[in-house]
Design a protein around this ligand. Structure first.
Ligand code: AKG
Length: 294
């Protein structure tokens, strides 16, 4: 259990394990009050009540419209809610992730709230890096934190151990509710056919536990086989603080935040959450504090 406002460093063993496997599990990560605050906010967020008045960049759930068994997702919910932002942009998440990745600093690329309802449908196994050709270099270090106790049969996230060293594969398949959540992986990654090549690891942690993964680590989540358990996650997809815009490739949503002819990413939209020299986007804590006071 670690407070979100303070830097946190992994042990040498944790760094070695992350680099060997392409992921790392930390069983006890979120602070207890933080976990409760996030759970309290959840229903309002998915009912489209935005604390800041600003909508997330992507809203893949509309109550009464979206089929109830689809896995629900909000992207860049930090812009909509400062309780979410206090976690997804936290010094703790970014400092820990940066040291695992061996980077001097991280900014948020995108955050993500995932809500897999009881009997909810799967999310496709993929490499995050395949979706990142709009940045230079394509990169991502992710902190995935559970709001519920997770188990192999509740549709938790699964990682393929060691797959960050596999070839970099292109985007393919249906991301939301695919018929076969491992279908794309099996069709593009020859390593998956090697005997013993596909070691799937379900992340089973108590609520408040976390897992970290690299941009090239294959991961996804099967259907929730339980009718009595939901599975929610709060995710920070960080990118190297020095990441720049691709001059050639645009993202349909995020490239709205690119100023013409500029390759530098704007801290208003991609704030620096932690840098080893102590820098953090100066507006961030003032804005989070205003939320706490209000
Ligand atoms: O929580 C999940 O089911 C998958 C989340 C995911 O794809 C990610 O964190 O990169």
């Amino acid at each position: 259990m670690s407070p979100p406002g303070r830097p946190l460093a992994p042990t040498t063993e944790q760094v070695e394990s992350y680099r060997a496997d392409g992921f790392l599990v930390v069983e006890d990560f979120l602070d207890h009050e933080e976990l409760e605050a996030l759970r309290d906010r959840w229903p309002a967020l998915f009912a489209h009540t935005w604390e800041t008045g600003v909508a997330p960049d992507e809203v893949n759930y509309t109550p009464g419209v979206t089929p109830p068994d689809l896995t629900r997702q909000l992207c860049n919910a930090w812009k909509a809610d400062r309780v979410v932002a206090a976690t997804t942009l936290s010094v703790r998440n970014a400092s820990f992730a940066a040291r695992l990745a061996g980077l001097d600093g991280l900014r948020i690329g995108q955050d993500n709230l995932i809500w897999k309802p009881p009997s909810g449908r799967p999310l496709l196994a993929h490499q995050d890096g395949a979706y990142l050709d709009w940045m230079v270099p394509p990169n991502m270090t992710t902190c995935w934190a559970a709001l519920d106790d997770t188990a192999a049969d509740t549709g938790t996230i699964y990682y393929v151990r060691g797959s960050h060293r596999w070839a970099r594969s292109p985007v393919g398949g249906e991301f939301h509710a695919p018929d076969d959540w491992l279908g794309h992986l099996r069709s593009v990654a020859p390593e998956a056919a090697d005997p013993g090549g596909l070691e799937l690891v379900p992340i089973e942690v108590p609520a408040g536990g976390a897992a970290f993964h690299d941009a090239w680590t294959w991961h996804g989540s099967p259907a929730n086989a339980r009718a009595d358990a939901e599975r929610r996650a709060v995710i920070s997809h960080f990118i190297d603080a020095a990441t720049r815009w691709s001059p050639d490739v645009a993202h349909p949503v995020y490239s709205r935040y690119r100023r013409p002819e500029e390759e530098e990413m704007d801290e208003a939209f991609f704030p620096v959450a932690w840098r080893a020299d102590g820098y953090r986007s100066p507006w961030l804590d003032r804005w989070l504090g205003a939320g706490a006071a209000g």
